[in-house]
Design a protein around this ligand. Structure first.
Ligand SMILES: [Zn+2]
Ligand SMILES: [Zn+2]
Length: 184
């Protein structure tokens, strides 16, 4: 059976393989799907905006979709800082009900908690990936603080969430699975 979710490190630096494996396992647990690493040297360098010194997450998403590979759902994970025009930065962006998502680790270690404990950064990367992948299944932001689909404006918000869907979001997710034929 082919993997249903591909995780692709598109960062400027070498990947943290331990983090990527944590993310892969969390995705399989949260969504009952097969996830795998996808490795390719292509990078969306044209997404860099020199005026802002950041990369456009929207341009990255378009690049992922247009590229066509890997097939199925793909979450690109990067260490460069992402923005959308109306915000100073974003932790990630996803196509709602689509195929692609992008997550940045650039801001996940910028506080004393992460400086004191490397596991904090890993946990945040896992939660952000589950969150953005949830959007690709059409899930919207959830009012339950601990739900992975809860809206995170700050790292404090991210830390409060679990890397899992709350019961109502799980029910919505199962509807999507049935529609997509993922339940076989
Ligand atoms: Zn979101
Ligand atoms: Zn929820």
């Amino acid at each position: 059976m082919a993997a249903e979710v591909s995780l692709w490190w598109i960062g400027a630096n070498a990947p943290d393989d331990g983090m990527m494996e944590d993310v892969r396992r969390a995705v399989e647990r949260a969504f009952w799907l097969r996830a795998r690493r996808y490795v390719h040297a292509d990078r969306p360098t044209h997404a860099f905006d020199p005026r802002r010194g950041q990369h456009s997450s929207t341009v990255m998403l378009k690049w992922l979709v247009d590229r066509g590979q890997p097939t199925g759902r793909v979450v690109a994970i990067t260490d460069v800082d992402l923005f959308i025009p109306v915000l100073t930065y974003v932790y990630g962006e996803a196509q709602l009900g689509g195929r692609a998502a992008v997550v940045s680790t650039a801001r996940l270690s910028l506080d004393v908690l992460a400086a004191a404990d490397p596991a904090v950064r890993l946990a945040r990367a896992v939660k952000e990936t589950v969150h953005e992948l949830g959007h690709t299944f059409g899930l919207l932001h959830c009012a339950t603080v601990r739900c992975a689909m809860s809206r995170s404006v700050s790292l404090i918000d991210v830390d409060l969430t679990d890397p899992a869907l709350c019961p109502p979001c799980t029910a919505l997710y199962h509807e999507v699975r049935r529609k997509e034929g993922l339940d076989g």
